[in-house]
Design a protein around this ligand. Sequence first.
Ligand SMILES: [Zn+2]
Length: 496
Amino acid sequence: MNSRIKYSWNRFEDGFDKTGYAREFPSIAEIAEIFGRWEKQFSDRFRYVVAGKSQLGQDVFRCEISDFGIADDDKQNVLITACEHGGERNPTTTAIKLMEMLLEDNERVAKIRRKVRTVIFPCANPDGYTHFSPFAANSECVYAGYDFVGRSNTLEGEYIVGAIKELIPELMISVHGTWRDYEKSVVQEDTGVAMASIFSRSYHKYLIEQMNKEGEKFGFAYAGGEDDDERLIANNVPAGCEHKFYSTGPWVNTPGVAYSLAHSLAFTIEVANDFSGAVRLIRALELGTERWQGALYEGYPVNVIAPLGLSRIVSAGRSAQNRRYSRAELWNDKIRNFCYGTIQYPLKGANLFYWTTLPEFSAFTTSHPEKRLLVDSLFDFLSRNCAQVNIRKLRKLFNEQLDYPVSAYSPVTGGYGKPKDSSVDRVELDNAFGLQIRLPFKVNDAKFYYNGIPVSEFDGVESHCWSGGNWSYFQIDLPGEFVQNGIGVFAIEYFV
Ligand SMILES: [Zn+2]
């Protein structure tokens, strides 16, 4: 940290004390002073606004760090909140430490700034931060009263939910920390878990592992939740087995809202030491600049909206922003009208993945008397309902496979079955959607068909083929208007 940024409040200047505890905390006015100075010094990469006033009339800051010389279209959006629990002040100093590191002149963070737009609420709950008392208004919890559609009953919560709706963040991290008696007690540091809340966990283990490894380099120890407590978390615990699980509360916290509204990779971290939190968060941001194994694009793995074994409906688009809008549209609403299915296993060099929004076909897939012949029936149905289709080619591709079962899935019923809302018989999409097939082995070459017609013959349809680890991936991106046909089949013919 040679290029340490100087500012007058100097808790960090003395290095970190042995326990890692903060001994002093800057006031809200002092924090504003730091931000004011940064804004002048780093006008190309730092800005802040007052998102609104707290219940006691204090400023709620919203900071943004990014390379402002580069358009945001292809950046990943990350939202970080700190001090949602008012008694937890060291998350605020952790956020300041993080920003200090992010503003430095070195290639590692410069790359993050080019590729990631980081929005930070460093002190989400200034009343709780300042008064450090359970009696101050809203000192306990910003997210009190959240629900999964993004309602909040606190002013401060509204600002955060507003940011989630605006940013549709790929990554959302809520930073928590030492509670009130910070001079006497230590919180266990952990990443991606909070005991007893299922909505604080990450759905991606690699990111958590990478963050913890980064902290371990500097000597910090992390609790791993289920991993090192050898205990599962569960929502519906069978009576009599309560003591065998982490119990989960019904409450909704900020990561829960981000997951629900934006399909964000969202979770909490616990921080006892500012530096531990900052280095873990830097690593989390850095991962947004990398291409993950199996991913088509650089950035966080958040595009799979509807998985079904080896086939998946994904958000699609050329830029990160396109995919973000697609993701929000499918995730929040449209995907519930889809029913989709695949030949159970990739066989003999060909595989198909069908989707439908037609209730009659969704029902048909579940009620068909001879499931073994469902592929055959699918082609018949397709030929009657879809204008542009080459049934001969489809039959040729799958001639030897008509005896194999097709599996079908509806996101609403959570299993095999027709969507509950069968009154919706036509779905419109403003954005593209992708159909993906992945195979757990290497493939040398593949041909792509949509409704039996080579994909190259469709305007505006993009095809992608790539590998990750030992997986092979095949994907077509369909413009939103394709969904108006109500049914379609993506097929690949592959050669190993
Ligand atoms: Zn907390």
